[in-house]
Write a protein that binds this ligand. Structure first.
Ligand code: TRP
Length: 334
């Protein structure tokens, strides 16, 4: 069977709520596209999420919402393994062993750690520091070949490889070395209010980001208020970051090229253009939102999918973990 030979791809997302259309174009859609090409493990990384403070009931709700959202977007539980990280104990177990082979200095130098430590200065906990080790455990447990990584996670993948090499050198060949998989990303989606910056799920300006949960009116209103510039040409260029961003968004949601979008809007005014972008995005979001809602109303179905996912993941993960335990010399009885 083709499946049995295909390479293993691993990815995970934190259940931190409020995903934007940038996450949709940059991550979720890729998960859908990749599931035909690889044996995919997709996790909802709740163990990672608690490295910053969470409200328990919200964490649980976000976890389910995210599972429903991914399925609504086309992640097919029949073609990939979709599961919640904390439901597979091997992640925490392997992370512990890997912690003992990772140096404090290495972790202190990680860019994301430094950023998050500065942002959450009152809560620089051990988990935050060991975040990359847990991520290494995620990846290595499945003998992963490829990890789709954007620029912000590249350093984490590097450290996962370093840890794997270190383990293999000390104990013999145990982990496959994962490679980064450069997803051919659609253009990065920028803030609607400050198009020189990435659209962020935690932007304080509510008009800056379009959330996947925004209703049609909200989406259209946000695009109407999007920053453009004072001339009138609908063309992509470095001098026109606002218009370029809107063209990128339009192209990504319409499934056309930016050049085609430019042609379509040549001679039109910004008002018409922004309305068209808003409507196009809203048209894509509507069926996803409806399907997510339907799934969330069917808790038994979701719970069944996630428990099957966890079982399948645990089966694979356990094999690697037992190998590790044996190599480091843990006693296992008969
Ligand atoms: N740290 C990743 C993020 O915030 C999420 C993540 C956790 C992940 N474990 C992973 C991504 C393993 C890839 C592979 O985006």
């Amino acid at each position: 069977m083709e499946e049995a030979q295909s390479k293993v791809l691993y990815s995970a997302v934190q259940p931190s709520g409020n995903l934007t259309i940038g996450n949709y174009v940059g991550a979720i859609r890729n998960w859908v596209a990749l599931q035909g090409q690889f044996t995919c493990f997709y996790a909802i990384a709740d163990l990672h999420a608690i490295t910053v403070r969470q409200v328990p009931a919200e964490l649980r709700r976000h976890t389910l919402e995210l599972a429903a959202l991914y399925i609504a977007c086309g992640v097919d539980p029949a073609r990939c393994t979709l599961y919640v990280q904390s439901n597979v104990p091997a992640h925490a177990e392997l992370a512990w062993v890997l912690n003992t082979m990772t140096y404090v200095g290495e972790m202190e130098r990680m860019t994301q750690f430094k950023d998050k430590a500065a942002k959450h200065a009152e809560n620089v906990n051990m988990g935050l520091m060991a975040y990359p080790v847990l991520m290494a455990a995620d990846i290595l447990l499945y003998q992963t070949d490829v990890v789709p990584v954007g620029i912000d996670q590249r350093q984490h993948l590097e450290i996962a490889r370093d840890i794997a090499v270190r383990f293999n050198n000390r104990y013999g060949e145990t982990f496959r070395l994962p490679e980064g998989y450069i997803v051919k990303e659609g253009a990065k989606i920028a803030s609607l209010q400050d198009p020189l910056h990435k659209m962020s799920k935690s932007d304080e300006n509510p008009n800056a980001s379009v959330y996947l949960s925004d209703d049609r009116d909200t989406v259209i209103r946000k695009f109407r208020r999007a920053v453009t510039d004072s001339d009138n040409a609908i063309v992509a260029s470095e001098q026109k970051p606002g218009v370029t961003n809107l063209l990128n968004i339009y192209a990504a949601f319409r499934g056309c090229t930016v050049a085609e979008a430019e042609k379509e809007f040549a001679g039109k005014g910004y008002g018409d253009f922004k309305l068209a972008v808003g409507e196009t995005v809203a048209d894509v979001l509507a069926p996803i939102q409806a399907e997510q809602k339907r799934l969330l109303a069917d808790k038994a179905y979701l719970s069944d999918i996630l428990s099957r996912g966890a079982q399948a993941a645990a089966h694979t993960a356990r094999r690697t973990l037992l190998k590790v335990y044996r190599k480091v010399g843990f006693y296992r009885g008969e």
